[in-house]
Design a protein. Structure first.
Lengths: 478, 478
């Protein structure tokens, strides 16, 4: 009531539904606020020994109690899975009524389609989760040395605003971090009581509710919801993100301030375990783009996968555009962004804001050391590529150093050594914090040399020789 | 107000604090409910161009605005980091008053110590996070073939109830899942208004609040708080668990129903990514015990590490007691629980409820194949052991199959192939769901043979040859 809801209480639904029907009629009459009806019930109602007890919740009633409950309901206690003819008749009527209503709706929509073929086609397109033709041509393309270097959160802002005018189903907002997440839609105002056509939602500091709302919008159909917060605040909504993944809701998550590089806000705001937490969840794509083209790829991938939620992790700080990046390459999950002559002696893999320093490190190391740099914006998408492609990027038997300002967990699959975060971060200027924890060019160069030295005497374990097992059953086919 | 708080609003604190002082006095007079004072303020108060604007929150004021604000406060705008003498005097008085109060308290406690030496010693012990001597002797010890096989949640119930009578600082509860988590304290009733000595807290379905409350209890000092829910519901409190880890609060988390083995509740309740999510967080110990002795080890480790939160992940279903398990072995994080004659041809590593089936699989495979089985209740603790010990358990160059009913993420560090969960789970009888996803003895045997076959032609990558890098700076020393 203090939230402004219309609240009613119904004390009894066990001895007839008249009170409940009346409450529903009352609720329908209140059109200026949401209604809630509180119904008092007894758990395990009718069970002779468990009514009102918690044991009626967690475990089966048992034979005697079941028989007793049936008797109390006026049913034959000896019959199981029995549906009386009057119940069958009643639901038969419900079915035929519903069929008629469905038929009426189909007729109406046929008439609507005849009268408004464009609108009907658009409605069908949106409910089928199809995209407008050529939509990805709207995404920006960036050229190193030509376009200004930006933070990937700014690339994200450009991508979402390139898509939004052409994609009316894109609707969402931020958890009170719009000026930081840069998710405002220039083509649309706020969704408010007086502006119901607005597509931008002001969720408030309420990550769980925000994600749950997006799940609800997706479940309704016809919309591609997005939402945004700082990456570390995934900790306040991961239960609801899990529901997106489990329910195959292609919600788009724009998570900025994606590492210790965010600087002054310090360890409470600096994600460490978050990337790996999300990557270890089934049916989710976690993108951490290194520049504008990779950010555009993340958006394209998100839209192309309506049954899989996508998390786009963006930097607060400016990143250099990569010479070699293209949207198509990034759509393979990982690709070679600096190649050397001949077989590389060392491979550096990085994601997001750590790709730039690896490119610089490669310049320092070469030509005396042959270095390949791999940008890996999305592990999950990379692992969906052919084994041949995967091996062409990461042969597995060449000393490989991964560089990601995040937990080392999960990287032993791809790299022999990790520059990573083994502790929480610290407060300071972003670039100072990066340097402190070893993500500066100097330390990358030093560790690459150290690794090369180490594997002079030690055989390199071939990471292409992990054995991937096929599960005995395919859960999608049972 | 609808929650029963005493609520006051103060409209102005910028032009004097009399209203606020009055509100504080009012609040102190209300002793039967909590008080909250809502103070209306303007963000960036006094700043000529940013007062009331969001830009006063996220970025510095800038020189002109700073000077303007100082002028508006009656300060000299040309002075920086300047504290006026009257402010210095005032805080000097605060300091000397506080020193006197501290001195008085010390005197009082000295008198108390003289009058009640036992109580004072106990208070000191608890605030120093020291444990009563011999406390771990109270923990149960289990013998395979003698003690009845139980679910590890039942072992956990026995452990917590063995400790609680001797450990008055142990205080906590469950998020409305007491009969499932089995965390009720037999030696203590509920903490309620009329029973403030009760040590058991009924948190309600409120995982985030529960964890935050435990953080608060730990921060106050003198208590070792614990809390409990289903493991998958970590998704609703991981933001607060992160605060435990970051703040070095040794909260004890008892998380039951720790895999698909929980059965009928289905995928919404079956954790997949949760173990790896927690393992990739800094400063946390994640135990997944395989039997009673390992569960006791988890409790001992939790109490011995007051600056590190511990998560004890327990099974819903019964597990067999391991012949070889002891609390001391489990306290090393991983140990050989089945050894073969000579050098093993295959190593099976498992955790929790998957260790039992691996032991059975080893019986089927041997003697024709030499199999070692390793139980790994805690990865973090294992990685703290000497390299020699780690290699004695997991040499790295012997084909190693990990078996954990959880995401494969994180296991490539320890194993060449994984029987793991690559999708969400499903609803069914626990043992059927285990079998369906390949955690039955037959599939473990089959995959172990398959792995052996695979590595006949393929050199085994030596997982002891990963290179661990030393970060350039130690964050604890700066």
């Amino acid at each position: 009531e203090s939230y402004g809801w219309h609240v009613q209480t119904v004390d009894d639904v066990a001895h007839g539904l008249d009170d409940l029907r009346k409450a529903v009629t009352n609720a329908q009459a209140v059109t200026d606020k949401p209604s809630i009806i509180k119904i008092r019930t007894a758990i395990g109602y009718g069970s002779p020994s468990k009514e009102g007890l918690k044991s009626a919740h967690g475990s089966p009633l048992g034979e005697d109690d079941l028989a007793g409950a049936k008797t109390n309901y006026g049913l034959d206690p000896t019959k199981s899975f029995f549906v009386d003819t009057d119940v069958q008749d009643y639901f038969g009527q419900v079915r035929s009524k519903s069929e008629t209503k469905h038929q009426e709706w189909q007729e109406l929509f046929k008439k609507y389609t005849a009268a408004h073929p464009d609108k009907a086609a658009e409605l069908n397109r949106r409910f089928r989760m199809e995209l407008p033709e050529g939509i990805f041509d709207k995404l920006p393309t960036y050229k190193a040395g030509v376009d200004k270097d930006l933070a990937t959160r700014k690339h994200s802002e450009q991508c979402i605003n390139a898509l939004a005018p052409e994609l009316p189903e894109l609707m969402g907002g931020s958890a009170d971090l719009t000026p930081s997440n840069l998710t405002a839609l220039k083509c649309s105002g706020d969704y408010q009581k007086d502006t119901p056509l607005g597509r931008y939602l002001r969720f408030g500091v309420r990550e769980h509710g925000m994600t749950a709302v997006c799940n609800g919008i997706f479940a309704y159909g016809g919309y591609r919801p997005f939402c945004a917060t700082f990456l570390t605040f995934v900790g306040y909504c991961v239960g609801a993100i899990r529901i997106s993944a489990l329910s195959q809701f292609g919600v788009l998550f724009i998570m900025t301030h994606d590492s210790i590089g965010l600087g002054e806000d310090g360890p409470t705001h600096q994600p460490i375990e978050t990337l790996e937490s999300l990557r270890s969840m089934p049916n989710i794509h976690v993108f951490r783009p290194a520049d504008g083209n990779e950010t555009a790829a993340a958006y394209q991938s998100a839209l192309q996968n309506p049954a899989t939620p996508t998390v786009v992790c963006c930097s607060r700080s400016t990143v250099p555009s990569l010479e070699a990046s293209t949207r198509d390459k990034a759509l393979r999950g990982a690709y070679t962004c600096i190649e050397c002559d001949g077989t590389p002696q060392v491979i550096l893999i990085a994601t997001g804001s750590e790709v730039g320093p690896c490119v610089e490190a490669a310049k320092v190391l070469s030509p005396s050391i042959a270095v390949r740099v791999v940008s890996m914006p999305c592990q999950e998408v990379f692992l969906e590529q052919s084994v041949d492609y995967q091996k062409s990027v990461l042969p597995g038997d060449i000393p490989t150093l991964s560089v990601e300002a995040s937990s080392p967990h999960g990287w032993h699959r791809f790299s022999h050594a990790q520059i990573a975060m083994n502790t929480f971060g610290r407060s300071g200027k972003g670039s100072d914090v990066f340097d402190f924890f070893g993500f500066g060019v100097d330390n990358i160069v030093k560790q690459a040399k150290h690794m090369l030295e180490f594997y002079k005497d030690t055989p390199v374990p071939n990471l292409s020789s992990f054995l991937t097992l096929v599960p005995p059953n395919d859960p999608t086919k049972h």
